[in-house]
Design a protein around this ligand. Sequence first.
Ligand code: UDP
Ligand code: MG
Length: 162
Amino acid sequence: LSQTPTLEAAELERTFIAIKPDGVQRGLISEIIHRFERKGYKLVAIKLLIPSKEFAETHYDDLRGRPFFNGLCDFLSSGPVVAMVWEGQGVIKYGRKLIGATSPHNSEPGTIRGDLAISVGRNIIHGSDGPETAKAEIALWFKPEELVNYTSNAEKWLYEPS
Ligand code: UDP
Ligand code: MG
């Protein structure tokens, strides 16, 4: 079985996606994973953990000083979170599209937040907002050996040969 990648390595980008405690408690883990999986993205890392408050503050470091920062970090560390890395062509930007706008009031129907959430502080999912944050967040949440490198059998049907 050929393991030759159908895509140039540089095009296979990775993003960090987390199902927040509200998504986990509401039984939306499989629903959320399903949406990334059926699009064609490849799961390369996944774990369930309860982040500490300090860890949550590091994750949301860029939002320090915002009025909702403390509540946000309290909430992220309040229960189990599903941390994942998804891989695919354009997954950082398009993953944000699948997730929808930050406030579910503005998220389009068809998006994860649009279909499944109501409040901005309970918007069930996090996704990296760009290549630099994706890199930093993957490194924060995962050890290198937790990222699983493999060829998905679907890739030759998802991508045209380069
Ligand atoms: N958030 C909030 N109130 C706000 C803005 C954001 O509670 O007015 C929360 C919301 O859960 C959001 C998170 O803070 O997902 C991080 O904010 P960011 O602007 O990075 O939004 P995201 O990247 O998650 O869409
Ligand atoms: Mg953000």
